[in-house]
Design a protein around this ligand. Structure first.
Ligand code: SAM
Length: 267
C-alpha cells in the first residue's frame, strides 16, 4: 500500500508544523536503505517514521529498528503496518527528549523533520558518540552547508559536521517524491565518524569558529580582533594565513592550527 492510501485509511492529514512531508512511495526509501548498507546485524535508529515507508524498507533488511515519532495520531496506522515484524520498536515521544544511553554503536537512517535538523545533529553527536553512521535526508540548502569546504555555503555548521565526520551526498530527492510536495529539493547525506579527531577543547573551538565567522564578509583579522586585539596580525602570520583572507576561505585544518596557536595569546 502507498503512503497516500495509509493516510486515507486512518484519516490522517499532515501537519506542516511537525515537518510532515512523507515519502509517497517506497522508491526512495529503498534507495536510502540500500545506499546505507544496512544489514540484519545492525541496530538502526529512525527519527520520525511517519506512515512507516522508510521504516518498512529498513525492517525488511532484518536490522533491529528503533523509531521515535512525536505524533500519536500515527499509532494505529503504524501498529497495523508493523504487526508482522518483530524487529520494529516504535516509541511515541519527542526524539529530542529520548534517552539514547542504552544504544551501542547505532546507525541512524531517517527522513528527519527539517525544523529541528541542528538539534538532531547535536543530539546524535553528543549522546551517541559511538554512532557508526547517520544517513539523513535534509533540505538541499542545509546539505550544501554540511558539504561545503569553502565559499558561500561554508559556515560554522560545515566545520562542526566535518570536524567529527566524513560527509558524503548520496542522492538528491525531488519534491514530487513527497506528500505533500515541498517547494525545495532534499538531499540524503551520509555521515561517517572520523577515526582520529583532534584532541582539543571542542566547546571552545566551536565558540572560536563562531567568532571567526561573526561577520563573514569581513576579513579573518577583523573578526578575530575582538579576541586578540593588536596581537591578531602576529597570530595569523604564525599560521601562514594572510590577514586579508575571509573566513570562508580558511580550511578546517587551518582553523584548528589557528585555534591551537592562538591559545597562548588568550587573556
Ligand atoms: N519517515 C517518514 C517518511 O520518510 O515518509 C516521515 C518523515 S517526515 C519528514 C518527519 C517525521 O518526523 C514526521 O512523521 C513527524 O511527525 C516526525 N517528527 C517531527 N518532530 C519530531 C520529534 N521532535 N521527534 C520525533 N519525531 C518527530
Amino acid at each position: 500500500m502507498k503512503t497516500g492510501d495509509w493516510l486515507k485509511k486512518y484519516n490522517i492529514y499532515l501537519k506542516k508544523s511537525l515537518g510532515q512531508n512523507f515519502l509517497a512511495t517506497e522508491v526512495y526509501a529503498k534507495k536510502i536503505v540500500q545506499k546505507s548498507g544496512i544489514t540484519n546485524e545492525d541496530t538502526v535508529i529512525e527519527i520520525g517514521p511517519g506512515a512507516g515507508t522508510l521504516t518498512e524498507a529498513l525492517a525488511k533488511t532484518g536490522a533491529k529498528i528503533f523509531a521515535f515519532e512525536i505524533d500519536q495520531r500515527l499509532n494505529p496506522l503504524l501498529v497495523e503496518r508493523f504487526q508482522n515484524y518483530n524487529n520494529v520498536n516504535i516509541q511515541f515521544i519527542d526524539f529530542l527528549k529520548a534517552d539514547l544511553s542504552n544504544f551501542e554503536k547505532p546507525k541512524y537512517v531517517a527522513n528527519i523533520p527539517y525544523y529541528i535538523t541542528s538539534p538532531i545533529l547535536e543530539k546524535i553527536f553528543l549522546e551517541t558518540p559511538d554512532f557508526q553512521l547517520a544517513t539523513l535526508m535534509v533540505q538541499k540548502e542545509y546539505g550544501d552547508r554540511m558539504l561545503a569546504r569553502s565559499g558561500k555555503n561554508y559556515s560554522p555548521l560545515s566545520i562542526f559536521v566535518q570536524f567529527f565526520c566524513n560527509v558524503e551526498k548520496l542522492i538528491t530527492v525531488p519534491p514530487h517524491a513527497f506528500i505533500p510536495n515541498p517547494k525545495i529539493d532534499s538531499v540524503v547525506i551520509k555521515l561517517t565518524p572520523k577515526e582520529n579527531i583532534p584532541d582539543i577543547d571542542k566547546n571552545k573551538f566551536f565558540k572560536f569558529i563562531h567568532i571567526a565567522f561573526s561577520q563573514r564578509r569581513k576579513t579573518i583579522k577583523n573578526n578575530l580582533k575582538q579576541l586578540f586585539g593588536d596581537k591578531t596580525e602576529e597570530i595569523l602570520k604564525k599560521c601562514n594565513i594572510d590577514s586579508k583572507t575571509r573566513p570562508e576561505n580558511i580550511t578546517i585544518d587551518q582553523f584548528i592550527n589557528l585555534f591551537i596557536i592562538s591559545k597562548s595569546y588568550n587573556k
